[in-house]
Design a protein around this ligand. Structure first.
Ligand SMILES: NC(=O)c1ccc[n+]([C@@H]2O[C@H](COP(=O)([O-])OP(=O)(O)OC[C@H]3O[C@@H](n4cnc5c(N)ncnc54)[C@H](OP(=O)(O)O)[C@@H]3O)[C@@H](O)[C@H]2O)c1
Length: 220
C-alpha cells in the first residue's frame, strides 16, 4: 500500500510511519517539505534504509497515495481538507481525528454540526473518496515505540466493506492491536468521544499511555 500521512510529522503521524512503514510505502506529508524529509529520515534511521519512507508536501503525498491518513489536529481539518481537495482521486481516507476541548477541568468531546470529525471530512472530500474512521483511542507515543507490544483495540467505522477491510488489515499489522468493526461512519461520534473519556480516566487514575480493549467475560 502507498500510504500518505497528512501532517505526518506530528505525534500520531510518526507513530503510523514507524509501524506501517515496516510493510508499506509511506509518504510523510507536511506544509513544509524540509520538515517532512527530516521526519522521513528519522523514521528510516529506525526502520533501516530498506524501508520505503519519504517526505514531501501534503498535496504531493495525497496525490501519490492509495490510502491517506489525516494526522492533523481537528482545528485544521477543514482548511487542510479544502486545500488538498484537488489532490484526491478515489483514495481511501482514514480519519483518527478527534474534535475535543479541555474545559479547564476535564476533556470534552465537541463535535462539529455534521455530528463527528469523520462525517465532516466525508462532507468535504470528493464523492469518489471512501472515508473510514479509526485509531482514535490509540496512543501515539506507544505507536512510536517500535518494540512496544500494544494491547488495545482499534474501533473502525465506515460505510464501505472493502474500505473497512483495508483499514482492518493495516491496524492488524501493528503488533498486537486488534481491529474491531464499530458500525457505519454515522457511528464515528461514539468512537471519537472515547478519546476525551480515555484521557480523563488516564489523568484521574495516573495511567500512562492508556488504551481501550473490549474483553469477553464469557466463561472459557
Ligand atoms: N496524539 C495522539 O496520541 C492521538 C491519538 C489518536 C488520535 N489522534 C488524532 O490525530 C490527529 C493528529 O494528532 P497529533 O497529536 O499527531 O497532532 P500534532 O502532533 O499536534 O500535529 C500533527 C501535525 O499537524 C500539522 N499542523 C499543525 N498545524 C497545522 C495547520 N495550521 N495547518 C495544517 N497542518 C497543521 C503539523 O504538520 P506540519 O507542520 O508538518 O505541516 C503537525 O506535525 C488529531 O486529530 C488527533 O485527534 C492523536
Amino acid at each position: 500500500m502507498k500510504i500518505a500521512l497528512v501532517g505526518g510529522t506530528g505525534d500520531i503521524g510518526t507513530g503510523f510511519a514507524v509501524r506501517l512503514g515496516q510493510k508499506n510505502e509511506i509518504i510523510i506529508g507536511s506544509r513544509n517539505v524540509d520538515k517532512a524529509r527530516e521526519s522521513a529520515a528519522a523514521v528510516l534511521q529506525l526502520l533501516g534504509e530498506a524501508a520505503d519512507v519519504r517526505g514531501t508536501d501534503n498535496a504531493g503525498a495525497v496525490a501519490a497515495a492509495d490510502v491517506v491518513v489525516l494526522c492533523v489536529p481537528y482545528e485544521h481539518l477543514v482548511s487542510v481538507t479544502a486545500d488538498l481537495k484537488d489532490s484526491y482521486k478515489s483514495q481511501l481516507v482514514i480519519s483518527p481525528v478527534v474534535p475535543m476541548i479541555y474545559n479547564g477541568s476535564f476533556f470534552m468531546y465537541q463535535p462539529p454540526a455534521e455530528g463527528s470529525a469523520a462525517l465532516q471530512a466525508r462532507s468535504l472530500l470528493p464523492d469518489d473518496v471512501k472515508v473510514v474512521s479509526a485509531f482514535h483511542t490509540i496512543c501515539a507515543s506507544a505507536l512510536q515505540d517500535i518494540e512496544r507490544v500494544m494491547k488495545a483495540d482499534v474501533f473502525i467505522c465506515g460505510d464501505d466493506a472493502q474500505a473497512i477491510d483495508i483499514a482492518m488489515e493495516l491496524a492488524g499489522e501493528i503488533k498486537s492491536l486488534r481491529p474491531l468493526k464499530a458500525g457505519p461512519l454515522a457511528a464515528s461520534s461514539m468512537v471519537e468521544s472515547l478519546t476525551p473519556f480515555l484521557l480523563n480516566v488516564a489523568r484521574k487514575n495516573k495511567i500512562k499511555d492508556a488504551g481501550i480493549a473490549v474483553v469477553s467475560e464469557r466463561k472459557s
